[in-house]
Design a protein around this ligand. Structure first.
Ligand SMILES: [Zn+2]
Length: 563
């Protein structure tokens, strides 16, 4: 495609399926969408001619023998110019391949090249396939920005956070919230291909896909609690038809695996599943576990760490930002660590998840520490809930102990040393502090206090973070001071936890539960201690202890506690 043309202003072709907005997006104005932003010099209604011009140029370049300008009557419904159309129809196999690749995706102009490369076709052919899909009602061309009253929203990420800059074509807008997956501006277009039934795909009766010990793909031994939670989850999704279900699991309960029967049933129905997680390390950790259990599927990873390709997959594992590439693609989305940064509180990522879900699709939210918002949705029955209150080894989650200590004077250090010495007798210690400055300060203090032990500190932007984490995992560091970087997703055998300044305003109940939840995770060392060091007790500390106690009580009621 010639890079300079302001396509976004031109291709206001909104054919195809009605553009239903996810519920989180403000309702668009009722009048038809106006393609050109008001200050842009492009005349409304001129876009068909511009598209025709573009295609004409393209065909000339490809030596199609087209001398006259292509007359584009109606880009949404009418047939393509004859020469163009013949080309498309002759290549039905390639068109079907294009559908398979682009199904459920929203492609920005700069991604067209990747599709061309994947298919081995020219820009002209690709445009032909795209237009054919639009004419068949399965796809749509859209300007990047949508005007809702006086504001503009990016269609890819739903954000109205953009920067304005002067261009050759007038004022132009660049979306600031989806830059992470490639910059988008108002001079570009977005192509969306809805889910289509590609020949060769068959749908299987849901009832034949019940969790069944004899036919299931995955090879896992579930505990009683996992079996019960997996069955409940399956029932919620297939029987109750809840669109959203919260799986509230204890820290270290094996919640990912509990979703396997559900994933299995969707895959066997030839439906598409997405496993999304907020962080790259989680994504790269989960994919091999899924691949091992679903060996007959090619499980795709999408994360910023890997170059993008368009290979279609029934089961995709992606970071939440990558989800913005999809449109109504998935029948089932499993959203791990629902309450974790950057997902929590990000309307863009929530928009992305809702947009990637098919209208009849379902979302499973996994967390050990649900947010107040999702618990409210559970209360108002907008979201179903399944509990998994016990760890796979059956021991309760350690309830944090509290130690009052202002951590200000020499005497405080003597007290702290006593506490830490008791902890270190059982294993290495993770010392959490609320800020980077405190990591640096307390690493120094603890090095001084424990001259004979190896003390290290790390935080998110620490260049040596990865190496230090590896050393800690190997048992080469005795005391590891850190911010919330190790709050989630990490299992270290025999680790003990101390949270300094546990009453700090940066710590909410969920952070405290996650930090305490690092202890006693492995089957070899199923017990451990977590100590909150505080000056004044806070609501968050009380809430954290209550959550852990409630979880343990439920596990006892289920009769599945060992400890
Ligand atoms: Zn955007």
């Amino acid at each position: 495609m010639s890079p300079g043309l302001p396509l976004g202003k031109l291709l206001a072709v909104t054919a195809g399926l009605p553009d239903k907005k996810p519920t989180t997006q403000p309702e668009p104005a009722t009048q038809p969408f106006s393609p050109a932003l008001p200050s842009a010099p492009v005349i409304d209604g001129d876009f068909e001619n511009r598209l025709a011009q573009k295609l004409t140029n393209c065909m000339k370049k490809e030596n199609m023998g087209v001398q006259e300008k292509v007359q584009w009557q109606d880009t949404s419904r009418e047939a393509l110019p004859e020469a163009f159309n013949i080309e498309v129809l002759q290549n039905e196999t390639m068109y079907q391949k294009f559908l398979r690749i682009a199904e459920g995706r929203q492609l920005a102009e700069n991604e067209f090249r990747i599709v061309e490369k994947e298919l081995g076709v020219s820009t002209k052919e690709l445009l032909g396939f795209m237009q054919k899909a639009v004419q068949s009602g399965n796809a749509e061309w859209l300007p990047i920005f949508e005007q809702v009253r006086s504001r503009y929203f990016c269609r890819r990420c739903g954000s109205s956070h953009y920067e304005e800059w002067p261009s050759l074509y007038g004022d132009t807008y660049t979306c600031l919230d989806c830059r992470e997956i490639g910059p988008l501006n108002s001079l570009q277009i977005l192509f969306r291909l809805h889910s289509v039934d590609v020949p060769g795909q068959t749908r299987v009766d849901t009832d034949k896909c019940k969790p069944d010990q004899t036919v299931r793909s995955y090879s896992l031994e579930f505990t009683f609690a996992q079996e019960k939670a997996a069955e409940e989850l399956w029932q919620q999704v297939h029987r109750q038809k809840a669109q959203e279900t919260l799986l509230w699991a204890a820290c270290g309960a094996g919640k990912t695996e509990v979703c396997f029967p559900l994933i299995d049933s969707f895959l066997r129905q030839n439906k598409k599943v997405l496993f999304a997680a907020p962080r790259q390390d989680v994504v790269h950790d989960v994919q091999p576990r899924l691949q091992k259990n679903f060996p007959e599927y090619n499980i795709k990873i999408l994360s910023g760490a890997l170059p993008q390709d368009m290979e279609p997959s029934k089961l995709t594992v992606a970071t939440t930002h990558q989800v913005l590439r999809f449109y109504r693609a998935f029948h089932l989305i499993i959203l791990d660590e629902t309450d974790a940064y950057p997902y929590e509180g990000s309307s863009v990522l929530e928009y992305g998840i809702r947009q990637a879900l098919r209208p009849d699709g379902q979302i499973i939210c996994l967390t050990a520490t649900p947010s107040a918002e999702i618990l409210l949705r559970v209360k108002s029955q907008k979201c179903a809930i399944v509990r998994l209150p016990v760890r796979h080894h059956g021991f309760p989650v350690p309830v944090p102990e509290w130690q009052k200590n202002k951590l200000t004077r020499d005497r405080s250090l003597v007290e702290l040393k006593k506490v830490l010495l008791k902890l270190i007798a059982d294993g290495p210690i993770l010392v959490f502090v609320p800020t980077v400055a405190l990591v640096k300060e307390w690493t120094g203090v603890l090095k001084m206090v424990f001259g004979d032990l190896r003390v290290e500190g790390s935080w998110s932007s620490d260049a040596a973070r990865r190496e230090k984490t590896v050393l800690f995992r190997q048992g080469d560091i005795n005391i590891f001071v850190c911010t919330s970087i190790l709050e989630r997703g990490i299992t270290i055998k025999g680790v003990q936890v101390a949270v300094l300044f546990a009453d700090h305003t940066l710590y909410d109940a969920r952070a405290l539960v996650q930090m305490a939840g690092r202890t006693g995770r492995s089957a070899e060392c199923p017990v451990g201690r977590a100590v909150f060091i505080y000056a004044e007790q806070t609501q968050a500390m009380i809430q954290a202890n209550r959550w852990i106690q409630d979880q343990n009580r439920l596990a006892e009621e289920w009769g599945c506690l060992n400890g």
